[in-house]
Ligand binder design. Structure first.
Ligand code: ADP
Ligand code: MG
Length: 218
């Protein structure tokens, strides 16, 4: 699903910051992996490259056989929208839209009819055990419930891979375990999932831990 060859990435500046150094990494279809490392080690930078949210300077990145390099912004957005589901620490739900509307939103941008979007969004909410919260606003949901809505939204476009950056970072440890169980269930259904975390308890619940220190995989 993912193949990185000798990836390097620097952020420009008076003194450029060399954030990723010769990253080589393969992630197979159906894996549940975590990327762990100290704050500032380059985890989010790596995940953003995997998610085609950011460019790299040298090396090669293949996503499901497609070389992700020097893409136009349109092509990058297309691939991102069709292949990747994102989950974030801060949920990134729209505060004035209810759970169902949040989950349905990616389908709105694809021109899917309201009736069809609502039907598909309800199916994903039910899959997340959130069917009875469809009309609640994010402010009326707990952290764990918000993350379930965000995961339902990530799934609605039927992505090839889920990328999650500190998805349990805002949750207490019990809720964090519940959200990890959601990821494990999705993985058992065949979804490829990459989770960035600094929480060993989260890493422990994945099938492989990739450790990164000072921009290198160790
Ligand atoms: P992590 O997610 O492991 O905490 P990041 O990938 O966010 O690490 O950051 C790695 C390093 O790159 C840090 O030193 C951070 O300050 C720096 N950095 C991250 N994003 C940018 C940016 N857009 N511009 C400049 N420096 C950045
Ligand atoms: Mg980070």
């Amino acid at each position: 699903m993912i193949s990185l060859k000798d990836i390097n990435k620097s952020y420009p500046g008076v003194v450029p910051l060399h954030v990723l150094k010769d990253i080589n990494l393969t992630i197979d279809k159906g894996e549940l992996v975590s990327i762990m490392g100290a704050s500032g080690s380059g985890k989010s930078t790596l995940l953003n490259i995997l998610g085609i949210l950011d460019n790299y300077d040298s090396g090669e990145y293949y996503l499901d056989g497609v070389l992700i390099k020097n893409l136009s912004e349109n092509k990058a957005a297309d691939l991102r929208n069709y292949m990747i589901g994102f989950v974030f620490q801060s949920f990134n739900l729209i505060s004035y839209k209810n759970a169902l509307e949040n989950v349905a939103l990616p389908l709105f941008y694809r021109g899917v009819s309201r009736r069809q979007r609502n039907k598909l969004a309800m199916e994903q909410l039910e899959r997340m055990g959130m069917g009875d919260r469809a009309t609640h606003l994010p402010s009326e949901l707990s952290g764990g419930q918000k993350q379930r809505v965000a995961i339902a939204r990530a799934l609605i476009t039927n992505p090839s891979i889920i990328l999650a950056d500190e998805p349990t970072g805002a949750l207490d440890s019990k809720t964090s375990k519940e959200v990890m169980q959601v990821f494990r269930d999705l993985n058992a259904d065949g979804m490829t999932i990459v989770i960035v975390t600094h929480d060993p308890g989260v890493g422990e619940q994945t099938n492989r831990i990739i450790r990164i220190a000072d921009g290198r995989i160790i």
